[in-house]
Write a protein that binds this ligand. Structure first.
Ligand code: FAD
Length: 388
């Protein structure tokens, strides 16, 4: 039985000084008003390139990011690989509006696909749809209103297809992130097309399913029926979903019923049901469980055991964000499961706004920070005791 409380394994890759730094960072994240002040200060420093931004780089950035460039992030990949933990490098630059910025992101994504081909410790390439299209266009494509749909639809499809082709040529799987419900139908449609095209022998394309949505179990069923009838395989990153408050507020404002389960228990149940559905259909579906939820991770290990799936079966991955959930990642990896860390990287002034926004949008961050803080404190006490 897997035991996530072993902090010696969880933090074996961290020095005592980096654990102390993490401890005070999680203290800040845990206290809402303090975090709001801290994130505004960071945003201000980075925006105006104030000299204090080196503090941000040595604290927040160091804890949650792999590096400022792909090459720098490879060092992080190598460090994790020593503990049997693979990496997923995520170029976390957002808000791209101009063609130039989008082209730069496309070029960086291509480099991100080419790199895993020569670095076995990178498990997947990743793509954030709004980074290659822009949120305004995506939302209008979804609602089919107000713009030259066919031209923009084709541009988005062509960009996604260009990256999927590249991944196919390099034999590396590519994961497409899930975003707001208002963009997601159109993303799902495009990624399904790509799965049909590229997932014939090996699973190259993975879509992301947000299980906080009430319609996703039915959607998974439909995806399977379609894949079976058309003869291709499915790849899914299963997450709970990051934009709960925003989705509920939008539904209220626009007067439609919320697409999100009414409570956490329902989301948890749906998430575990989705894990069960995928493991039961493992011959047709490969998954990556993107979660910091210990119960879900434990549940998945039990499902694997029950269904006779080996711990290192390449069709099942666990993944946590870099700098969080190390007790899950490193204990699972130590037991021989496939584990990857999702590692944001990019120029500091572009990645910090993304990290701040993600933390602000995700109400579960305070609870997660509290858990992280208590695990780190336990490990620091353990190290102190050994020294005595
Ligand atoms: C590797 C990785 C990749 C990710 N990629 C994406 C992505 O592409 N798109 C995306 O949207 N998110 C993504 N996420 C974030 C993810 O969706 C969750 O927001 C985050 O991981 C917290 O959920 P949890 O399962 O880890 O933990 P938990 O703390 O168990 O769950 C918290 C989550 O439960 C749900 N929840 C909380 N309260 C309620 C409530 N009252 N009612 C209903 N539901 C509730 C919310 O989804 C909340 O985020 C990713 C996470 C990881 C680890």
């Amino acid at each position: 039985m897997i035991f996530f409380e072993n902090t010696e394994i969880a933090f074996a890759n961290k020095s005592t000084s980096s654990l102390r730094r993490a401890l005070w960072l999680f203290r800040i994240l845990q206290i809402g008003p303090l975090y709001v002040f801290w994130s505004k200060l960071m945003g201000f420093c980075v925006k105006y390139r104030l000299p204090v931004s080196w503090i941000v780089k040595r604290t927040y950035f160091k804890q949650f990011c792999g590096g400022t460039s792909l090459d720098e992030s490879v060092l992080t990949v190598v460090k994790l690989a020593k503990y049997n933990v693979k990496s997923i490098l995520d170029y976390s630059v957002e808000g791209n509006k101009s063609i130039d910025e989008i082209r730069k992101t496309m070029d960086e994504s291509v480099r991100g696909i080419e790199l895993p081909a020569c670095c076995a410790n990178i498990a997947f390439a990743v793509l954030k749809p709004s980074a290659i299209c822009g949120e305004d266009i995506l939302s209008r494509l979804n609602s089919n209103n107000g713009i030259d749909i066919s031209r923009n639809t084709n541009v988005f499809r062509e960009r996604v297809e260009e990256l999927c082709w590249k991944a196919y040529e390099k034999k590396i799987s590519i994961m497409i992130d899930a975003e707001d419900v208002v963009f997601q139908d159109f993303i799902d449609e495009t990624v399904t097309e790509m799965m049909e095209k590229f997932n014939r022998d090996k699973i190259i394309v993975y879509n992301t399913i947000q299980m906080y949505r009430t319609d996703r179990l039915e959607y998974l069923n439909k995806c399977l029926e379609r894949a079976v009838s058309k003869g291709y395989k499915l790849g899914f990153k299963l997450v709970r979903g990051a934009f709960m408050e925003k989705e509920r507020a939008r539904a209220l404002q626009m007067n439609y019923s919320s697409p999100i389960w009414p409570d956490k228990d329902s989301t948890d149940r749906a998430y575990n049901q989705a894990l069960g559905f995928c493991v039961y259909n493992i011959d047709k579906i490969s998954i990556l469980a993107g979660t910091h939820n210990e119960e879900s991770c434990f549940f998945l290990t039990e499902l694997m055991k029950k269904n006779g799936v080996a711990k290192n079966d390449s069709r099942i991955y666990f993944a946590q964000l870099y700098g969080m959930g190390d007790h899950i990642s490193f204990n699972l990896a130590c037991e021989g499961y496939n584990v990857a860390k999702y590692i944001p990287y990019g120029p500091i002034n572009k990645v910090i706004p993304y990290l701040i926004r993600s933390a602000n949008e995700n109400s579960s961050i305070a609870a997660q920070a509290s858990r992280e803080r208590s695990l780190i404190a336990t490990e620091l006490k353990r190290r102190k005791k050994i020294k005595l």
